[in-house]
Design a protein around this ligand. Structure first.
Ligand code: SAH
Length: 249
């Protein structure tokens, strides 16, 4: 019997941010596979098999899910945020695309989640209120020259830019170089949001001007949003709100 793969997004942190449909799928799941950090977010139970794996081995995780589905299981693959944003959904499709014909018969459903950029934006107001783009700053799967080109052209088009995976201990250079590009191309009062672990107990939010931005403000739990030239910070009721007007000149 052929099984099914349901690829779901757990949202940014607290369970309250998951969609009801994802909660239902997880409550009824028999087999859940994912990166160990996300598996810890699932409550263990007697009839539930949890398969936790190393984050770096995403293709192997996709193959494990496919093999479970071929055994007839309804397997749930979990990602944080949205599974289609720099996460497991495309890994599963890539693996199936390059695999034997038999794999093409597996049923696949993708269920969305609140991606980090939307969660972070909501915490501070509406920085994504006008045209924006998202860039994964990790150079694990693409060269720096391509990342640099995308950053420079996004600034030229005056997009608001959301940066995922901005900086890790083993990969400190891309974010430092991004700040260098911003200093070369933007006013030093450009606003940058550092949103760490949004919608979790460790949440930490900072809106900083480029002149005060430091590379160690970002890590792998941080989502960075670089405002456009029109993005503003206003103070209302003693709270800072960061937003981008809808009108461009
Ligand atoms: N699929 C995820 C993104 C995975 S890439 C999503 O849709 O959100 C991992 C990166 O996402 C992290 O390095 C960080 O930049 C960002 N991220 C994920 N969860 C976050 C959170 N709760 N707060 C801030 N950034 C987060």
């Amino acid at each position: 019997m052929k099984g099914k793969i349901t690829i779901v997004g757990l949202g940014p942190g607290n369970k309250s941010m998951m969609t009801q449909e994802v909660v239902n799928v997880i409550d009824n799941a028999t087999d859940i596979i994912g990166y160990s950090t996300y598996i810890k977010r699932i409550k263990p139970s007697k009839n539930l098999n949890l398969y936790s794996s190393d984050n770096r081995d995403e293709p192997q995780r996709a193959k494990d899910a496919i093999n479970l589905a071929l055994e007839g299981k309804n397997v749930v693959v979990i990602s944080s945020g949205d599974p289609g944003v720099f996460a497991m959904a495309s890994v599963v499709f890539e693996t199936i695309d390059n695999g034997p014909d038999l794999w093409h018969e597996i049923d696949i459903v993708v269920l969305p989640g609140v991606t980090a950029m939307l969660a972070a934006a909501a915490r501070v107001g509406a920085p994504l209120g006008h045209d924006f783009c998202a860039i994964n700053l990790s150079n694990n799967l693409k060269p720096w020259h391509l990342i640099e080109k995308r950053i420079r052209l996004s600034i030229e088009c005056d997009f608001v830019i959301a940066l995922y995976n901005p900086r890790s201990k083993s990969r400190p250079n891309e974010f430092r170089k991004t700040l260098d590009i911003l200093r070369e191309t933007c006013d030093d009062n450009r606003y940058i949001l550092f949103a760490k672990s949004v919608f979790s107990d460790e949440e930490n939010i900072n809106i900083i001007q480029l002149k005060n931005a430091k590379e160690d403000m970002a890590d792998m739990q941080t989502l960075v949003i670089i405002g456009s030239s029109l993005s503003k910070v206003i103070i209302r009721n003693k709270q800072d709100f960061f937003y981008t007007p809808r009108v461009s000149i």
